[in-house]
Design a protein around this ligand. Structure first.
Ligand code: GN1
Ligand code: CA
Ligand code: CA
Length: 126
């Protein structure tokens, strides 16, 4: 517990860890892969709550791993699997401006589809 605080959160078999810095989606994805993990992918309310805690301590929105780059409106994990859990903010995803294919999680824990070129907090899962 002491080791994970304040930059990590454990939930079940999963650990979320943040570097505390922001990056574009592509660079954030690279950082997590090179560390041997992947971008945060909360697959349940419990995992989302753990991630929300971490994001709140940093007071920054973070990118998740999922995108609808392949097919507009269909969000998938890096493996291609469709979402098994979501926590969209009311009215989202809206593909605002026709170019929102990434997902950010707010400090509230709610999700918004967002432009992949924005800078968001990097949180990896292991
Ligand atoms: C933001 O600020 P606005 O309305 O241009 C957000 C969208 C949300 C929208 C919800 C760049 O767009 O992803 O869907 O609020 N875009 C940015 O009202 O933050
Ligand atoms: Ca989209
Ligand atoms: Ca949006």
């Amino acid at each position: 517990k002491a080791e994970l605080f304040p930059n990590g959160r454990g939930i079940g078999e999963k650990i979320f860890k943040t570097g505390g810095f922001e990056n574009s989606f592509k660079d954030a994805q690279k950082v997590c892969e090179q560390a041997g993990g992947q971008l945060a992918s909360p697959r349940s309310a419990a995992e989302n709550a753990a991630l929300r805690e971490l994001v709140s301590t940093q007071n920054k929105s973070a990118f998740l791993s999922m995108t609808d780059i392949k097919t507009e409106g269909k969000f998938i994990y890096p493996t291609g699997e469709p979402l098994v859990y979501s926590n969209w903010q009311r009215g989202e995803p809206n593909n605002h401006g026709g170019e929102e294919n990434c997902v950010e999680i707010f400090t509230s824990g709610k999700w918004n589809d967002q432009n992949c070129n924005k800078q968001r907090l990097v949180v990896c899962e292991f």
